[in-house]
Design a binder for this molecule. Sequence first.
Ligand SMILES: Nc1nc2c(ncn2[C@@H]2O[C@H](COP(=O)(O)OP(=O)(O)OP(=O)(O)O)[C@@H](O)[C@H]2O)c(=O)[nH]1
Length: 941
Amino acid sequence: MSIGKVRIYDLSKELNLDNRELLTICDRLGIPYKSHSSTISDVDADRIRETAKTYTPEPTPPKKVASPPGPVKTNTAPKNQQIVAVHTQPRPDTATASPQLQQPPSRPKAPVRPHPPQQARAEAPKPVPTPVKPEPAPPKPAPALVAPPARPQKAEKPAPPRKESAKKEKVADVPKVHSQDRIEIVRRPAPPIKPEMAPKPALPELQPPPKPVAPVLRSPTPPKLPPEESGIEVLDTRTINKVIKDRHRNKDLEEEDNKRKLPRSLKPREETIDDDDELELSSRLVGLPQVTVDVSQSLQRPPKAKPARTSRPATPVTKPEKHPEKKPPRSRDRRQETAPEPPPERITIEGAMSVQELASLLRHSEAEIIKILFFKGIAATINQTLEVETIELVANELGITVETASHSAEAAKVTEMLESSDLDHLQRRPPVVTIMGHVDHGKTSLLDAIRNAKVAQGEAGGITQHIGAYHVDVEQNGEKHQIVFLDTPGHEAFTAMRARGARVTDIAVLVVAADDGVQPQTIEAISHAKAAKVPIIVAINKIDKESAQPDRVKQELTEFGLVPEEWGGETIMVPVSALQQQNLDTLLEMILLVAEVEDLYANPDRPAKGTVIEAHLDRARGPVATLLVQNGTLRVGDILVAGACFGKVRAMIDDRGQRVETASPSFAVEVLGLAEVPAAGDEFEVFSDEKSARAIAEERAAAQRQSRLAQAATARRVSLTSLSDQAREGELKELNLILKADVQGSVEAILAALNQIPQDQVQLRILLAAPGEITETDIDLATASNAVIIGFNTTLASGARQAADQNNVDIREYNIIYKLLDDIQGAMEGLLEPELVEEDLGQAEVRAVFPLSKGAVAGCYVLNGKLVRNCKVRVLRQQAVVHTGILSSLKRMKDDVREVAAGYECGVRLDDFQLWQEGDIIAAYQTVTKRRSLGSGSEKT
Ligand SMILES: Nc1nc2c(ncn2[C@@H]2O[C@H](COP(=O)(O)OP(=O)(O)OP(=O)(O)O)[C@@H](O)[C@H]2O)c(=O)[nH]1
């Protein structure tokens, strides 16, 4: 590809052609490109301009859609824009919470449509800019079709008889093959990516019968993603940190950096033990005291006991999905004979597995696994069951990434919101965008700047705590578009929520501060977006700063597969300043551009389906859930099931605080009327029949209860077995916790933050972590397992307080996460045995000895410090300790005194020592307790 200077997209605007047409010309001229956001050289651009002069647009290309232009249509007419946007200004009185839906490639019924569009085009003044949305067609039955004037550009080249030649490779045949209805969907520019796909590319989706399934809704993942994204790359923090370190180590060698494509740590480590070592190790290990742990209980497990996982009882052994290869032989002898297969880069597991199974999965010897465990302080045998955390520990050591099946499924989840029956009613929907990035890189500011509102203020703890959703209206080329932003929080603690954010996202905007570059959460965000196959647009923020180095950021991003367009890559990178509102229009334009490539359709004419973005219990209003409608239209009065919660929509409030009656695809609304608080990430669906809705909700609730019981049982078992383990361990302590919070997001945030607390000396056990009130059941669990209950922004159910008092259960309530973390850390430190430390008080020299009838008194001179009655003393004679005891009597002259300071004389008598000699030194000291800290050694109290 030539190092472009002109973006195809811009050229299409210049020539008044639509992107697809321009791509067709590119194909004809043999100019390579990947998408209409690709750039091409000036020379190629000139060739295109030349060709464009004689270019004849496709006859029927149902191309654009935009239903009848009139953007403000009300629900009346043929459902075009019916779902009136919730725009700021002339909000349709009835309140219809819906971003504008554009009749998708309006699937007209009339196969004959070629004419209308044609005319439309002909009439449509080419003026690229905006207006002139052909009013012409409106009256016609299939206005939508005619409307396409959305892209007036074409008009210009009307004359030349619509030669199919031009477009034939791509869309041309389309209309013929398929029922006219589907044409538009197909027209998506995605296919152009590969010229070979020319002959009716994505058409299959359009076929009426075969349900197109998810691909339509969720981005089929065009070219946006970098090359190696073939596999899902979810990097854990350790790997990320490694990568960062690597990168910084080589910071100054930028050229080398350039060459380095994949961070070393992402590749499997080569470090293997030779056979000899292995043998030796094996034999050594065989003799190891069987101090083994029930590793499944993981008491010995060093640090981080990912509590989140606790919730899911480790299921029996699992297999990697991605390693179809046969298991390597297990016997050690045979193992040594076999040529080792290259270890995998990542494995996927579903739960615990034995050392033997893990070895086979990792393609390393059992001895090596055992060795690694051994050096981590875990003595394990070949048949020992390892928990997920332990497996991760081993795999990390080997440079292998571990994914839990559920995790990867979640990340890569394609929400199949569309059904085949929707095909005939598809309309374009606004893109749902998530803003991701490292802490303080300006996510909130950017969102603020874009929607011109204040969000950053008043966030408890100074950080965004909950996911919200907002939409903005963007006018482009005279057309009104909408973009829905999910407001994802930026603090590291909310990683889990952010990951979820990517799940319902069509496009991820990755914010990277130009003065700070790629940071751990930047990389996490990249891997989450890649895993979810969501296209990434990079916003290089804070370019107003003097220290901004946008090129450096680009350079750093290339290491993670994001190569800027201007460097020949495919990633759109827009330098912006949220603070000075610089370049925001370009960013929005790019979002719309990418959105156009994605197939973002939904059928508003059906009952709603979507995802719970957030939910909490409001004291006044009851359960409140923020629902993102992904298909269909949600209406007040609808009966729905969200996760295991049944509900009837009592009221809906949009992101601007307005009550609305309906919410259409891509729109998020706060819904009142649920019976319980669903979990964020739960899917919801509207049912026509209350009875079946209730039945489904109950069924799911029962399943949840079941797993909760299992979870509690597991927790109890853990607690019991821990007794023996702890006894063996001697040092290890644990703090059992039950965590209840207002919303799932908080739960996850807190769990993630707790994970950061060092746990090598005191381990945290989260017996239960769930949103909701603190109930008597929680108290029971706490009583049974000697746990402390932590409540975050939540309340106590009736009877809970009394039960807690009766059972002496400690309930701690918080509303600021940092305070909670401090307390937990304090409590953990409190569990460490305090250390007794000696503190010198002073020294005195014996200058005379006065025998008494009973014993003797030493006449002393205090050299330094002081002597204190009842303090501890050592009697030193020629630097050797001749006695240690308590200073039982201390006199000045004849008076008993409490202490004598340096420079004074005094009489000292010890109960159990009389053999004083002149010249003896009395060293006085006291012992004090010092609190040990979790991090390192000890710290004074
Ligand atoms: N100079 C400059 N400062 C910016 C810009 N954008 C954001 N900031 C500043 O960067 C800091 C962090 O901005 P936020 O928007 O809170 O960052 P965030 O990524 O949302 O932070 P978290 O919510 O904590 O993850 C604030 O002090 C902003 O004023 C920018 O374009 N230029």
